[in-house]
Design a protein. Sequence first.
Length: 393
Amino acid sequence: MLALLTFILFAFAPASAAVQQEQGFTPAQGATLQAKAESANAQATSARQARYWTAYAFDVRPGVAVDVDYVSDDGRFSIRGTWDVGDGGRYFVGDGVSVSNYPGLETRSLGVFALRDSAGKVERIDVFNLARRHEYAGYPVYWLGRAANEESLGFLRGLAEAPTLGRDDSPQSEAVWAISLHDDRRVPETLLHVARTSADEQVRARAVRGLGLPPVAADVREYLAQLTRDEREPLDVRRAAVNAYGRSRDAQALALMESLYNSQSNRELRRAALAQIARNEDRPAAGAFLVRVAQQDSDVEFRKTAIARLGEIAGEQAIAALKNTATSNDADTELQRQAVSAIARRPAAESVPLLINIARTHAKPEIRKQALVLLGRTGDPAAVEFLKSVLTK
């Protein structure tokens, strides 16, 4: 089903020349993107339209799925909105939310849509999938065709650098996001300039997050590392830098994340660093660090987080740590619950025998009950036979 969806996204995404016909857009004429925008304003003024959209297509970088709506055949996964493809076959929404095992989903036919007032001033920026129909809030859309990267990046950079009202959904912040979607070597340079010069915290944070898109140049890495440690910087900017640096997933990123976790007092930054450690490509090293946190950290919240992350990491060390936490006589009940849940996310060959043993022998009835419930969700034959034996006693 997913393969069919991906094929549809590629094969039936409309070409730029046909977009205005298929979507009912009004074409605007001109030699440049700015000239076409002025032509659109003249037409909107003539038609006495208080608000209208101008829209154009651009070169989209590989590995993003924007404005998609997909539900798997079994209903287990629902993929809606904007997704970042990659990082081990995962699709990320914002920072840290992911669904695994859906490689290959991309949208390569996207448009930058600018909602304008009667004077042509941009009130809002959106990026829409041109293969889907929208109502566009009932406002007319003037189609500017396909923009050259230089024109598009120049237009968006001008918006990003304009004064803001401090909103997360401001045109400036959304313009930065649109910049990061472009397939152009000048994107990191543009984002870096915005991150260094913008007076708006949200705009800077959005630009910093975009700087984490691989490949990341050495000078960009240095800048991100500096931001993570600079206590004069706003928390949102520092957290964005942690997430951006961590996306490299290599040994250098792991070393910085571990250093930040061990040295930072700010809980938000420690939480962000721990999330990036769990996603690092060096699974044995990341697993070893998570085991130490799970077993030794004085903060219960971070111990629970580390235990949950261990459920996603293969290896004897990870499963041994989960088993030890789940079955230890002196472990905190909430930590044990987290460990049992993490065990249940392991492959059935590992999880089912452990869950059966916990259901049979654990000293706490609430943990035994949890193991039984999780066994019932596996559908594994050994789990079914065990549950039958429990019910027939």
